[in-house]
Design a protein around this ligand. Sequence first.
Ligand code: NAD
Length: 482
Amino acid sequence: MAVMTEKEIKSIVEKVLGVMASGEAEAGAWDSTQYNGRKLVGIFSDMNEAIDAANRAYKAVRAMSVEQRQKIIDEIRRLTREEALTMAKIGVAETGMGKVEHKRLKHILVADKTPGTEDITASAKTGDSGLTLIEAAPFGVVGAITPSTNPSETVICNSIGMIAAGNGVVFNPHPNAIATSNYAVDLVNRASKNAGGPEIIVCSMDKPTMDSAAIMQSHPLIKLLVCTGGPGVVKAVLSSGKKAIGAGAGNPPVIVDDTADIAKAAKDIIDGCTFDNNLPCIAEKEVFAFRNIADELIAGMKKAGAYLINAEQADALSKVVLVEKTNKAGKTVKTVSRDCVGRDAKVLLAKIGIEVSDDIRCVICETGFEHDFVQHELMMPILPIVRVNDIDEAITLAVKAEHGNRHTAHMHSKNIDNLSRFAREVETTIFVKNAPSYAGIGFGGEGHTTFTIAGPTGEGITSARSFTRQRRCVMADSFRII
Ligand code: NAD
């Protein structure tokens, strides 16, 4: 049983801070095969071996009763709650991104609200020609690619859903979050063993690379690819020739019209935007505010912990948080600086020489629509605000800013016509009205949670049933009992 004492946590945090201070916290500096001297279970150096082990796990899961699968899931939930703080601390220390308390809450959310075996249902059709049964069967071995932004949360959320559906799983996690991801893989395996399941029920790599991802994508035993990450990786799995679920990038716009409760809207937006320092893909990324309420909204945001910078300061900050790179086509493109993603507002402001207190949790600024802060998915607590004249302009610009990702959008309004129009026109997978963004994944809102929101491939708020394939069994002319 692996609950850490305060002393152990202090020791690991000190060790981690030492590594970070020495500049070694780059990918690869972390030992992804052991934690505090305990060997992590299910971690392989060879993707082919990991897939073989996941295939053995799949066979073991298939042979289990649903009740037995659910026991394993219940134990995953228990351990996740118990070790949520540990994973939150490792996650922040390894990636340098996010907030420990928010990451802890994200793990609790995963433990409490990721659907288990109850999500797998069958249906039947009866008539003059007999009975037809439609069941949700496992795919087999799932190859899952996971991000650095919610690393252990995604591994655990995917594991619960994929095991509930009867699959085996092999992960190729983000190299920058490999220790955190593999801690979660080990947790799932410990849960399986505790509940009488196989010692290895999910697998991962010690050093995941593009090459190991490529092996996964072409291996004949992998029957389903589930990819959570940016546009590059989603495109890669969708080009693999295999069935793939793609959960890709977002750039969620927020509209605030002049019927909204402005004080509440201001607080909700800052709460959502700053949750885990804006790492969740659903978090508020840019605001379109009606001109006649914009001043009040900005005042409310400042009251809620935002720091307003002027246009000159915004341009200076933009040069720090976005860097130029040459893409594969030889074109110069701007991309977010990995040193800034998920960092505290205070740290970002210090980069342009502005010192603020710890109470400041968000940087806000007024910009035009074309500003980089509006156009790029920053994943850091910087929120541009664009003034608009009316709902027509608000919707037109917000839809453009979402870039057709069909991911997430938000609106604060009491005008049901405006709300309905934006929801219809933006066509996102998640649309949150009058609440912080995280209500859209079941945190303070109804409905189950997921950390894999599959907009491009249409599964939406994924759950166990997303990782199944339909099978039909027909009994002709019999078994209709009425
Ligand atoms: P990322 O795209 O940098 O990496 C995701 C994973 O893909 C990593 O494991 C990475 O190593 C791998 N990868 C990248 N390119 C690849 C390729 N061509 N082939 C194979 N593997 C490849 O993502 P990140 O920075 O960790 O996460 C942030 C991005 O992910 C944001 O765009 C965010 O919106 C998105 N995201 C989406 C969801 C969702 O549910 N839709 C959830 C979390 C993150």
